[in-house]
Design a protein around this ligand. Structure first.
Ligand SMILES: NC(=O)c1ccc[n+]([C@@H]2O[C@H](COP(=O)([O-])OP(=O)(O)OC[C@H]3O[C@@H](n4cnc5c(N)ncnc54)[C@H](O)[C@@H]3O)[C@@H](O)[C@H]2O)c1
Length: 486
């Protein structure tokens, strides 16, 4: 049965939470008194729909139902998860939490998005403090995986554990913070850099654009994949971390930093920052900047996926969870559904449709899946056997656009001895045939790089599927030479 999340406060962060839950198959109830809330949420959802599904190489769950609740009670009754994302004022948060607790389930997780308050601040005076925790996400919540989870001393350990399980299933990275502290961990790091940046602007040393360039062309890229300490470990070279600290640690005591102090945010300084920022980015609307940001995040996180590292490794775990659940239900007597995916933003070229290399990528993924299903999986390959593709014929039959939901089926035309002959059909979920890919593969020994016989188990499974598929019609287009018409 579908689970339900109640999102209390549907601004920048609440809207992002709504998208993260909805696109992961949860029903979502939103409560927000802002008359513009519906429009804003729908805009955030549109951005999330165009970016998040393309992060996955599998089909995400069917989207849940969205309900704009008439009251907090209407939103939270029966909900499994309640996420509070109202403005950052403790008096408002206290009164909202009190109202939530009058109507919500006793076993529901109540997560607060607060950037600054500790769980003990939020739990103060609550009727059931043990179900209230901090779940502090990062904007855009539908793409960035990190959530700082803080229970403090009063939260029930089972609520913290349940919350972590749910957040992981949503594709997020719950970072459990054992000791509560104002502003948690990540914002403390960010504020240190921000404070330093404000001084550099105030003292007329750098503009907003120069500061951003200093980040995005250099250490920002490093941080995105290794963070601070692993990066410094590498910087220490073979001598390692101790050497690095011995070399650079003393610099921290030189008068390089003004970290202990914050510049006065006078009207003049605020105007200076705002006008520099206008000069830097004023040519884009906020929605445009959000889409540029989302496109960049998707492309970078997909690159990390290829390296199975950091945020990319997390995405691979998310995909594997969905793929394993699907394996149990395969009907081998028909062309096998080997790939189901939304087309990522970065697969589209200057013609505004999917680049031809991505058709091959899609069919290659379909072949990989078929190989897994006959037992030629990562373990088998690590032991020295695999298949190499020796011939490919792709027909591009219809345009494919970013965000298109597609699925691919694989028919085994023959599978005997060392050879495997596959025919893939890529469809839009509306039924349109988008492309076909025909491939001849040969089993090889990875030690000799030469053709070799597959294991008995792979031969048996391949022949079994090949026998079943022999009853299917020969696909239209199979065996076609290039340029040949019907
Ligand atoms: N903006 C960020 O980058 C960011 C990041 C992480 C966490 N947070 C935290 O998330 C929370 C929300 O911040 P935001 O940036 O989304 O603010 P926001 O101003 O964009 O959204 C707040 C929303 O709460 C609604 N609201 C006000 N009173 C309400 C009530 N009684 N019931 C229901 N909704 C009500 C408002 O109408 C508004 O839509 C804050 O606690 C903030 O610290 C913000």
């Amino acid at each position: 049965m579908r689970k339900t999340a109640a999102i209390i406060g549907g601004g920048v962060i609440g809207g992002g939470w709504a998208a993260r839950f909805l696109l992961n198959g949860w029903n979502v109830n939103i409560s927000d008194p802002d008359p513009e809330a519906k429009r804003k949420i729908n805009e955030v959802l549109a951005n999330a729909r165009r970016s998040l599904p393309g992060l996955s190489d599998v089909e995400m769950p069917v989207e849940g139902k969205l309900h704009f609740a008439v009251s907090i009670a209407d939103a939270v009754v029966g909900a499994d998860w309640v996420q509070e994302s109202v403005p950052e004022r403790l008096d408002i948060k206290h009164s909202i939490i009190a109202e939530i607790q009058q109507h919500c389930r006793a076993d529901a997780v109540i997560g607060s998005s607060t950037s600054g308050f500790k769980p003990s601040d939020l739990q103060q005076g609550a009727s059931a403090p043990s179900q209230i925790i901090v779940c502090h996400p990062f904007n855009p919540v539908y793409l960035l995986p990190l959530v700082e989870v803080v229970g403090g001393e009063q939260a029930a350990p089972e609520i913290v554990e349940k919350a972590s399980g749910i957040l992981s299933a949503l594709g997020m990275k719950p970072l459990l913070i054992k000791k509560e502290i104002d502003a948690h961990i990540a914002d403390r790091l960010l504020e240190a850099v921000w404070r330093e940046g404000l001084w550099l602007i105030k003292d007329g040393i750098a503009t907003t654009e120069e500061l951003d360039d200093a980040i995005r062309f250099g250490f920002g890229i490093r941080w995105a994949q290794m963070g601070l300490f692993e990066t410094y470990r590498v910087a220490g070279g073979e001598a390692g971390m101790e050497h690095f600290i011995a070399q650079f640690g003393p610099c921290l005591e030189w008068p390089w930093t003004k970290l202990m102090d914050v510049p006065d945010l006078t009207d003049d300084l605020v105007k200076k920052i705002a006008s520099q920022s206008d000069a830097q980015s004023g040519m884009h609307t906020i929605r445009e900047l959000e889409r540029i940001r989302d496109d960049n995040l998707v492309a970078m996180m997909r690159a990390l996926k290829g390296q199975n590292w950091g945020a990319g490794a997390l995405l691979n775990t998310y995909d594997a969870r969905i793929k394993n659940a699907e394996s149990a239900e395969i009907d081998y007597s028909k062309p096998i559904r080997t790939v189901a995916r939304s087309i990522p933003i970065d697969w589209v070229d200057y013609n505004g449709h999917m680049n031809e290399s991505r058709y091959l990528q899609n069919f290659c993924d379909a072949t990989d899946r078929f190989m897994e299903l006959i037992g030629c999986d990562a373990e088998y390959i690590a032991n020295g056997g695999s298949y190499f593709t020796v011939e490919t014929h792709i027909r591009h039959l219809s345009e494919v656009h970013a965000g298109a939901r597609t699925y691919t089926t694989t028919q085994c035309l023959s599978g005997e001895g060392k050879k495997m002959h596959l025919f893939h059909r890529m469809h839009h979920t509306d039924g349109t045939l988008l492309a076909t890919g025909e491939h001849m593969l040969v089993h090889v020994s990875l030690a000799t790089r030469k053709a070799s016989s597959p294991s008995n188990e792979i031969s048996r499974r391949l022949e079994e599927i090949s026998r079943m598929h022999a009853n299917l019609l020969m696909p239209e287009g199979a065996g076609r030479a290039i340029g040949q018409k019907r």
